[in-house]
Design a binder for this molecule. Structure first.
Ligand code: PLP
Length: 234
């Protein structure tokens, strides 16, 4: 079922309040955290909702689904890939997405770099790190992060803007919080070691935004709290 625009606006207001409250508790400026609406499994209409409400980028986790919506949504949105990426999709991704948050191995960085170069583009990327050491989650292991960054920095057509993680599913909010703290510490160590700025920390979703903001998130990726449960989506 497609959420109405009015319901979406009400949900957006509530999410923005939660972000502001979490920023307040953490002593952070509200505009230091951006909201990425996650439109996966919903029709292209919900990407247009985001655009109408003044948001300028959306997150999708399946390449094929996103490519279809890019034309349909009829808006100047930036499209961010937040789902796993196989090499055989790298060309399409490098040509059509504005940023890829899920670069988790050197091989995929190199494939994106090659295709971005062929398309005459410079592609923004984040490195996905399995900061919660969760066997069910993708992302490079924390120990592999330096090698992955080194490989990505050697790609002339990629711009490495920061790190991304997904916390393990848990009833204990401390698990998410520790995961997000690990990602921040990983970022700080990489910045220092390689002498590069890695300003973006994409972490936090509908269920763990507050913990992520407390640990320094600069981008929360939110689907359910804006658009409702995906299994009812058309
Ligand atoms: C689906 C998804 C989200 C949004 O999750 P919600 O719990 O619906 O807010 C965020 N990040 C990634 C990587 C996702 O796949």
């Amino acid at each position: 079922m497609l959420v109405s625009y009015e319901d979406f606006q009400a949900n957006l207001a509530r999410v923005n309040e939660q972000i502001a409250a979490a920023c307040g508790r953490a002593g952070r400026e509200v505009d230091s955290v951006r909201l990425l609406p996650v439109t996966k499994n919903h029709p292209a209409d919900v990407a247009r909702y985001a655009w109408q409400a003044g948001l300028r980028s959306v997150g999708e986790n399946r390449v094929q689904e996103a490519l279809g919506k890019m034309g349909e949504a009829d808006a100047e949105l930036a499209w961010e890939l937040i789902g796993p990426l196989q090499s055989n999709k790298a060309k399409k991704v490098a040509e059509h997405f504005d940023r890829v948050q899920t670069v988790d191995r050197a091989k995929i960085a190199q494939a994106l770099d090659r295709y971005a170069g062929e398309a005459g583009r410079s592609l923004a990327v984040l490195l996905q790190i399995n900061a919660g050491r969760d066997p069910a989650k993708s992302g490079a292991e924390l120990e592999q992060a330096p090698a992955l960054l080194e490989a990505a920095l050697a790609c002339p057509n990629l711009r490495v803007e920061g790190l991304m993680t997904i916390a393990p599913l848990s009833d204990d909010p401390e698990v998410a919080r520790r995961t997000f703290a690990s990602l921040r510490e990983c970022r700080d160590a990489l910045s220092e070691r390689f002498g590069v700025d890695l300003p973006e920390l994409s972490m936090g979703m509908s269920g763990d935004m507050a913990e992520a903001i407390a640990e320094g998130s600069t981008m929360v990726r939110v689907g359910t709290a804006l658009y409702g449960q995906r299994n009812y989506a058309g």
